[in-house]
Design a protein around this ligand. Structure first.
Ligand code: ADP
Ligand code: ADP
Ligand code: MG
Length: 469
């Protein structure tokens, strides 16, 4: 080696050091399991964390793992976790260089993202511009069409008149789905089977979206019958590199909300799998999107796939892709935000084995899934080969009625899907949560059901099978 070469070696600093030189501290603008997940990733990167909490979350155990924690207001999310001025104040007082928004709350709020930029705090996610373009489902549909990604047949833009909706519905054929541009979490969506139902679906979807998201704009899609939900995890850096981390199948849903996610999808041919992943990358590239994101599709019974939306953030089910690829998505998000190029290419991302995730919600399956807040008296967490449990809950923890009812995610990774099902059943048996009701019994039933075992599940399976009655 020449002396010049040695000198160069000495000057080389590791990506981790470069991240730490950019970010000494990160604010975690969320709560619960995802806040804990982000704090853990930061600790491994050697980056300090500032947590925020509402009065309802004061004293939560995961807050002890942060270097500092600030109260941002009362229990109600809109008065605390969603309050931009309070979150920004915590970031300023905490002296952070970046904010990780998690999912929900401010994660897809382009205005908040812009406020971060004007305060010179890095938002760990896409730019406000890319977020605004893709966050609105109707405008995302337009971008998808332009990128030659197939979309569900439907309206070309927003629906302004009832008569317009009628005309389009007759063109594409019933059933149709009325969807809110701003919708999320399964809200702002109504199926209509005929003219009469369409009339009320239009006003109901608009009213629900107006109340939940402050935006009642709606559009129309053909209701694809018995579809599968397949989504593609993508990662894009600030140097033009875009990769996908293969797909997740989230067809096991109740009321358009995901219950179980898995990878690989048991439904796709290798040809369709590659085509759908490439379509996702094409869309992300065309939109100048950066950081982690998910492109969601529905796949019909004959294997045609249609784009439905982009989630411009980290998702609840991200561990599925982490386990199948061995890539830590939260650390990747932080590195990308700090300006690091992706350390791998598409060819390096090889999916291995089979992964299943069950969302454990504090809900009572016997009482129409009504929330079941309260104190967890006893809790026993499973372990063993290929088992991961991401949760902020513990014995003595009180589940608050103020937030989403998800209290943890049980994830298993095995060589084959059948082994993953067996492993999940074993882990679900070990997982005991006493004092509140949870969705554990429902998961047990689904995992034993022949349709699930044979991989024949579509998004209507859980309700059709009577498992939720
Ligand atoms: P994922 O595919 O990650 O589950 P969801 O759209 O279901 O995505 O949302 C993730 C989480 O954020 C869920 O817990 C959901 O309740 C919450 N969430 C999503 N969008 C909103 C929103 N606009 N308002 C409130 N909560 C939301
Ligand atoms: P959200 O923002 O609430 O997640 P999505 O547009 O992603 O809304 O749709 C959520 C779920 O609703 C999908 O996973 C699927 O089960 C169902 N869905 C959405 N669009 C259609 C459609 N055109 N036909 C049939 N089902 C659909
Ligand atoms: Mg969705």
């Amino acid at each position: 080696m020449t002396s010049f070469g040695r000198h160069h070696e000495l000057e080389k600093i590791s990506p981790e050091k470069r991240v730490r030189s950019m970010y000494k501290r990160i604010l975690v603008a969320n709560r619960g399991e995802i806040a804990l997940r982000i704090i853990r990733a930061c600790r491994e990167l050697g980056v300090e964390t500032v947590a925020i909490f509402s009065e309802a979350d004061r004293g939560a155990a995961y807050l002890d793992l942060a270097d500092e924690a600030f109260c941002v207001g009362p229990a109600k999310g809109s008065d605390s976790y969603r309050k931009i001025d309070r979150v920004i104040s915590a970031a300023e007082i905490g002296n952070v260089q970046a904010i990780h928004p998690g999912y929900g709350f401010l994660a897809e709020n382009a205005h908040f993202n812009e406020v971060c930029r004007s305060c010179k705090i890095d938002f760990i996610g896409p730019t406000p511009e890319a977020m605004a373009r893709l966050g609105d489902k109707n405008s995302a549909r337009k971008l998808a069409r332009e990128a030659k990604v197939p979309v569900v047949p439907g309206s070309d833009g927003l629906i302004r008149e009832e008569s317009e909706a009628m005309r389009i519905a007759h063109e594409i054929g019933f059933p149709v789905l009325v969807k809110a541009s701003a919708g999320g979490g399964g809200r702002g969506m109504r199926v209509a089977l005929n003219d009469l139902a369409l009339k009320s679906a239009l006003s109901q979807a608009a009213a629900e979206a107006e109340a939940a998201f402050g935006d009642g704009s709606i559009y129309l899609e053909k209701y694809v019958e018995h579809p599968r939900h397949v989504e593609v995890q993508v990662l894009a850096d600030h140097h033009g590199n875009v990769v996908h981390l293969w797909e997740r199948d989230c067809s096991t849903q109740r009321r358009h909300q995901k219950l179980i996610e898995e990878s690989p999808s048991p439904h796709l041919t290798q040809e369709t799998r590659v085509a759908i992943c490439e379509a996702a990358v094409r869309l992300v590239k065309a939109c100048g999107y950066t950081n982690a994101g998910t492109v969601e599709f529905i796949v019909d019974q004959t294997g045609n796939f249609y784009f439905i939306e982009v989630n411009a953030r980290i998702q609840v089910e991200h561990p599925v892709s982490e386990m199948i690829t061995g890539i830590d998505l939260i650390k990747s998000q932080i590195r990308v935000a700090a300006g690091e190029p992706l350390p791998f290419t598409q060819a390096d991302i090889v999916p291995r084995g089979a992964v299943i995730e069950c969302r454990i919600n504090a809900e009572d399956p016997a009482k129409n899934f009504q929330p079941s807040p309260g104190k967890i008296e006893k809790m026993y967490v499973p372990g063993g080969f290929g088992v991961r449990f991401d949760s902020h809950a513990h014995p003595g923890y009180t589940v608050s009625p103020h937030y989403d009812s998800m209290i943890g995610k049980l994830i298993v990774h095995q060589p084959t899907r059948n082994e993953a099902i067996e492993c999940m059943l074993r882990a679900l048996d070990e997982l005991r949560i006493e004092g509140i009701k949870t969705t554990i019994p429902l998961h047990r039933e689904i995992l034993r059901h022949a349709a699930f075992v044979e991989g024949r599940v579509d998004t209507t399976f859980v309700e059709r099978s009577g498992l939720t009655q």
